[in-house]
Design a protein around this ligand. Structure first.
Ligand SMILES: Cc1cc2nc3c(=O)[nH]c(=O)nc-3n(C[C@H](O)[C@H](O)[C@H](O)COP(=O)(O)O)c2cc1C
Length: 83
């Protein structure tokens, strides 16, 4: 089975998106199938082997509530990146 990774991000001014794009490119260079998308567009996650979630911090909180959004999917293989 081919490993498929979701790289999802929240970004207000673009820094987190830029980092997410670089992570996705590196994973693709290593022959992984990668979906890259804003967290608000993420729906069912069953098809993914792992998730990389990028979110900025503003006054110690993520403005989009990304962690809560992802937690609602109860997905285990998640790597959280705060930019
Ligand atoms: C008003 C404001 C508040 C911030 N608060 C935090 C913070 O509490 N902790 C932190 O690590 N970074 C903080 N930052 C830095 C941002 O998280 C950082 O610039 C991030 O890369 C922005 O991502 P974005 O361009 O994807 O929105 C803050 C930045 C701004 C402008």
């Amino acid at each position: 089975m081919q490993i498929k990774v979701l790289v999802a991000y929240a970004s207000k001014y673009g820094s987190t998106q830029e980092v997410a794009e670089k992570i996705a490119a590196t994973l693709r260079e290593n022959d992984l199938l990668v979906d890259l998308k804003p967290i608000r567009e993420v729906k069912p996650l069953e098809e993914y082997t792992a998730i990389v979630l990028g979110a900025p911090l503003y006054i110690s909180t993520s403005p989009t509530g990304s962690e809560n959004h992802l937690a609602s999917f109860r997905f285990q293989n998640t790597f959280l990146l705060n930019v």
